[in-house]
Design a protein around this ligand. Structure first.
Ligand SMILES: C[S@@+](CC[C@H](N)C(=O)[O-])C[C@H]1O[C@@H](n2cnc3c(N)ncnc32)[C@H](O)[C@@H]1O
Length: 243
């Protein structure tokens, strides 16, 4: 069964094809996971991020030198596998999901890829899991990709748990283009619109919303805001470097 290598909805298909042909493709383990997801989850397989987004996330995590990561919305483990690979053997990834059935597929794939020991899967409502995590500013990188209705709450819980200089990615922030359709008023779209708006005016972060995949926001925390905002404190130059 052919699996699309990109899930970009807003890029010219011919350009997308060229871009995919000149990007790193999935290896055997990733291809097996894509195929297994398509065969065992049916239409839900559309929730999986594309190969291009997975490669992008893996290389960002690696380039950051991130060692501690968080994922909200794991499904069958494709995005988690990308993050875990980027972290390297000493990294730790906390994955949050509510589905035993879907994450069973993830566990098999992670074992095959040799990354099981760097992943802690937390099953249950993600908001409860996030609130149970001890410690503030403990993560270098986070990926939010679970139920859209909870995006505003996920963002707030996650941003306080990411260190200054850390990165948060949010998936599906364009909702297939419905964010700009005034007649689209379902809870998912409204919640995503509210999240996008809140992030754009959040003085703790810098954000760029890119029209790749179904829209991905890249959010860098530049200050924790707890000490007010002294001059220059929220400029990228003020972000401390990790040693
Ligand atoms: C879009 S999929 C994640 C896709 C995954 N990141 C990937 O690329 O393969 C969303 C996931 O969020 C999970 N989910 C939905 N609502 C949830 C909740 N309230 N708490 C925890 N997980 C939830 C679903 O079980 C599903 O696996």
């Amino acid at each position: 069964m052919p699996v699309p290598q990109s899930r970009s909805r807003f890029v010219d298909p011919a350009i997308q094809e060229y871009a995919s042909a000149h990007s790193t493709g999935p290896d055997d383990q990733q291809t097996r996971l894509q195929v297994e997801t398509a065969e065992r989850t049916g239409g839900a397989a559309r929730m999986q991020i594309g190969t291009d987004q997975a490669v992008l996330m893996e290389l960002i995590v690696r380039a950051m030198g991130a060692t501690r990561a968080l994922e909200v919305g794991t499904f069958t483990g494709y995005s988690g596998l990308a993050i875990a690979r980027g972290l390297g053997p000493s990294g730790r990834l906390v994955c949050c999901d509510a589905s035993d059935e879907w994450t069973a597929i993830a566990k098999r794939a992670w074992a095959e890829a040799g990354v099981t020991d760097r992943i802690e899967l937390r099953l249950g409502p993600a908001l409860e899991t996030l609130r149970s995590l001890e410690g503030v500013e403990q993560f270098d990188f986070a990926f939010i990709d679970a139920d859209k209705e909870n995006y505003p709450a996920y963002y707030e819980e996650v941003v306080s748990r990411v260190r200054v200089g850390g990165l948060i990615l949010l998936d599906n922030v364009l909702q297939g283009g419905r964010v700009i359709d005034p007649s689209a008023t379902d809870m998912s779209v409204e919640a995503v619109r509210a999240t996008n708006k809140a992030i754009a005016s959040d003085a703790r972060v810098r954000v760029v919303l890119l029209p790749i995949g179904d829209g991905v926001s890249f959010v860098q925390k530049v200050t924790n805001g707890s000490l007010g905002r002294p001059p220059g404190a929220d400029s990228p130059a003020a972000v401390p470097r990790r040693t």
